[in-house]
Design a protein around this ligand. Structure first.
Ligand code: HEM
Length: 184
């Protein structure tokens, strides 16, 4: 059940409707993205800090918040540059981010609202700076692709761990999940 991050990226681009025009627009606004990244990090970590569970995770290790601020700024900027034009390097990086969150035990219930905070904060800033709504849509779409990577990592890692531990086949595992869901 190992995920092919490159194929996943292509599928998500199609499914979410992330277009060549979106990419051009993001690249044209990369300097603006860099300029506002620090403010977006403030919104993001302010939001995480107001939730006791997430705040505890953030403060569990010395220097974590500081490190995260830097990685967030980098992550945010990469949405505008696409790293390698949203190619394999971009997909590998997003997959890696997903894996890091699974390792720490950060599930969908944390990540989805956190990404919504980013989308909301960017929308506000776009308005303040008189930026076009088309840019907001392009950014929302790449945020959703990045979110899909983190969510999918959670599913892939959990499934792979169960299969490894039990020796079950993928077919049996899927049947058990379907039966379990049916009985809830
Ligand atoms: C929009 C959703 C999120 C994005 C884009 C994001 C982004 C990132 C990035 C880029 C990294 C660095 C990964 C690496 O080292 O390769 C990271 C790590 C991490 N993130 Fe997130 N994150 C998100 C949600 C969350 C949430 C909800 C939490 C909950 C507290 C969280 C806590 C952490 C922690 C604890 C680390 C590891 C820090 C360390 O190096 O010790 N993240 N995140």
């Amino acid at each position: 059940m190992a995920l092919d991050a490159h194929a996943f990226m292509t599928t998500m681009e199609k499914r979410i409707g992330f277009t060549a025009e979106d990419k051009t627009l993001l690249k044209e606004n990369a300097d603006w993205g860099k300029e506002i990244a620090s403010e977006m990090a403030d919104h993001f970590y302010g939001y995480l800090g107001r939730d006791p569970e997430m705040d505890a995770i953030m403060n569990a290790k010395e220097g974590r918040i500081h490190r995260l601020r830097e990685t967030f700024i980098q992550w945010f900027y990469e949405m505008f540059t696409g790293i390698d034009d949203w190619g394999n390097a971009y997909a590998d990086r997003r997959w890696r981010i997903g894996l890091v969150h699974v390792q720490i035990g950060i599930g969908p219930q944390h990540v989805v609202p956190a990404m919504a905070t980013v989308v909301h904060a960017v929308s506000q800033r776009l308005k303040t700076d008189g930026k076009n709504e088309v840019l907001r849509d392009a950014l929302s779409r790449i945020c959703m692709i990045d979110l899909a990577f983190i969510e999918q990592a959670y599913v892939e890692v959990s499934s792979a761990a169960v299969l490894r531990e039990t020796g079950w086949t993928e077919g049996l595992f899927k049947r058990l999940i379907a039966t379990g869901a049916g009985s809830m």
